[in-house]
Design a protein around this ligand. Structure first.
Ligand SMILES: [Zn+2]
Length: 142
């Protein structure tokens, strides 16, 4: 958790306890989270009640700090927040159950580097969301 607090120091802004909790939840999460998911984690894991309007207003304020990547699911309004990461991240996003699934494919990484080298572009990191239908939802519709 040391990294988290050095990150807060870098931000150089005064942060309330509610803001800190939201940042901590997002920092710990491996997947992007919606405001509702953040609320549920705050309630269930941290015994902390925050109203939805408060979460929205905090997320809006924190968005200005440009420390998040905001993801969307096609044709849905919900914003999903994750911390900007120096490491590459790729997700599979199910458009039916709106679930983010971690996805590691070394071949994809290799292919990207190869094709970008042809463009004389050095790939440092990437954030990719691949949209589709997950196995669970596919089985349901059969
Ligand atoms: Zn699904």
């Amino acid at each position: 958790m040391l990294k988290f607090y050095s990150l807060l120091d870098k931000l150089d802004v005064k942060i309330s306890s509610k803001q800190e909790l939201i940042l901590k939840i997002l920092y710990k999460s491996k997947m992007p989270l919606s405001a509702l998911q953040i609320k549920n984690i705050a309630t269930n894991k941290h015994n902390f009640t925050i109203s939805m309007p408060t979460i929205y207003s905090i997320l809006h304020k924190l968005e200005i700090l440009q420390i998040f990547i905001v993801s969307y699911i096609p044709f849905k309004k919900t914003k999903y927040y994750s911390f900007k990461n120096v490491q590459s991240q790729s997700y599979l996003v199910c458009i039916k159950c709106e679930r983010f699934i971690g996805f590691k494919d070394m071949q994809l990484n290799h292919l990207l580097k190869q094709s970008l080298a042809k463009e004389n572009f050095i790939l440092l990191n990437y954030n990719i969301a691949l949209h589709g239908v997950c196995k669970k939802c596919l089985n349901k519709s059969l």
